[in-house]
Design a protein around this ligand. Structure first.
Ligand code: OFO
Length: 169
């Protein structure tokens, strides 16, 4: 297969696993902060990112490419508040969106139609990812210093169900 596309897909597999690692670390922080609902929401997000990585991994193999897994940076461990966590999630998702758009543009330049179509799924997914993070940032801002509002939000986020069958969603 096209080497440029193979390298770019391998890089994005790493980026998706990196997202998974960052969110799992955030889940640990949130659990330690006695916010089990937030922690669960983030744990489901970890599972979704892992599914995104595996989706790209399988796509690369289906194209006849070779998946070369790369080392991941150590994720951040400490955060100053749930709002800090979700502002970082939003910034992280915006950077991932940029990477996906660049991958799509590369597939266009390389006349790789299959990768263009695969990237369309990720482009749509990123709209959802940014919206979800932004919604929670706004809700946390509205909650302000109210512990009651924070606990209500924790209960609501704790209802997030895992993606069925671990599928990317
Ligand atoms: Fe894979 O969508 Fe977030 O990073």
């Amino acid at each position: 297969m096209n080497n440029t596309i193979e390298n770019a897909l391998n890089e994005q597999i790493k980026n998706e696993f990196d997202s998974a690692f960052v969110y799992l670390s955030m889940s640990s922080y949130l659990d330690n902060t006695s916010l089990p609902g937030f922690a669960k929401w983030m744990r489901v997000q970890y599972e979704e990112e892992s599914a995104h990585a595996l989706r790209l991994f399988d796509f690369l193999l289906d194209l006849g490419g070779r998946a070369s897994l790369k080392a991941l940076p150590e994720p951040p461990l400490e955060f100053s508040s749930p709002l800090d966590v979700f502002e970082q999630v939003l910034a992280h998702e915006k950077s991932i969106t940029k990477m996906i758009h660049e991958l799509y543009a590369l597939a266009v330049r390389e006349n790789d139609y299959a990768t263009q179509i695969e990237m369309q799924w990720f482009i749509t997914e990123q709209v959802e990812e940014e919206k979800n993070a932004d919604d929670i940032v706004q809700q946390l801002k509205l909650a302000g210093d109210s512990n009651t509002a924070l606990l209500m939000l924790d209960r609501e986020l704790g209802q997030r169900a895992p993606a069925p069958g671990g599928e990317a969603a």
